[in-house]
Design a protein around this ligand. Structure first.
Ligand SMILES: CC(C)(COP(=O)(O)OP(=O)(O)OC[C@H]1O[C@@H](n2cnc3c(N)ncnc32)[C@H](O)[C@@H]1OP(=O)(O)O)[C@@H](O)C(=O)NCCC(=O)NCCS
Length: 215
């Protein structure tokens, strides 16, 4: 039997090689991220850098992404990490040269350098007992918003976490992203705290404990 991801990929295009299909998938996801999470720090690093991140998620034990396909195109995706520290380590181990080439010109800007360091060191800031696992990004293309696509993706994400033996996870979301905050609240996220991943920019932390769920 096909997994949901394989099934989605098959709907995308039947006759393409898996490698090409994955590249198209990653390209679409990077574009969606760049367009709809435009206030996020990762988007400022550019599409090539985002593609490296999502390419790795495709093959990582530390992270994954899941997609929703309509009419042969990806209309939404969600990504999750089991351990963000583990994922960053894996990222720089596998993409040191490419990652540095993409990052270096951006790092010449002091603000980007500061934000890169804040992003990298954020996981080390253990302010309280927050789960390591994290919903990293979720996007639904605007023509498909308000139709339950993100809800479907969120349910898939929860299933995937459970399959990987993860029962607690969090999300860190810009406090100004009102729709996203309402969405996480609707999905049962429990507000934990306000934090600043980047100096002067407030984010809200929500968490889920799947052990408390009744099936
Ligand atoms: C947040 C986002 C993913 C929601 O996607 P969506 O497919 O429109 O959401 P759904 O249709 O599945 O909505 C599920 C619930 O979330 C809540 N919700 C979703 N969008 C909302 C909005 N704009 N305002 C208030 N509540 C909203 C609703 O309670 C909704 O339940 P209901 O339909 O029973 O009212 C989408 O708006 C998006 O891609 N935003 C841009 C990217 C972003 O900010 N991502 C989060 C940061 S990583």
């Amino acid at each position: 039997m096909l997994s949901r991801r394989e099934d989605c990929r098959n709907t995308l295009k039947k006759n393409m090689s898996t490698k090409r299909l994955k590249n198209i998938e990653v390209e679409q996801i990077a574009n969606l991220h760049n367009k709809y999470i435009d206030t996020g720090f990762l988007s400022t690093l550019g599409i090539p850098f985002l593609k490296l991140i999502y390419q790795l998620m495709n093959n990582s034990n530390n992270a994954f992404y899941l997609i929703e396909v309509e009419d042969g195109k990806i209309v939404g995706f969600v990504s999750g990490v089991i351990s963000i520290r583990g994922f960053y380590k894996e990222f720089f181990k596998k993409n040191f040269i490419k990652g540095t080439v993409y990052l270096l010109p951006k790092l010449l800007k002091p603000v980007t350098m500061r934000k890169t360091l804040e992003t990298l060191f954020y996981p080390a800031k253990k302010e309280n007992d927050l789960p390591d696992a994290e919903l990293l990004s979720i996007v639904v293309e605007e023509n498909y918003q308000g139709k339950g696509v993100a809800r479907k993706l969120f349910i898939k994400l929860v299933d995937e976490f459970k399959t990987r033996g993860v029962f607690r996870f969090k999300v860190v979301v810009g406090s100004n992203l009102i729709a996203a905050c309402r969405f996480y609240e609707k999905m049962g996220g429990v507000y934990d705290s306000e934090t600043e991943v980047h100096k002067g920019e407030k984010s809200r932390v929500y968490k889920w404990d799947l052990m408390n769920e009744r099936s």
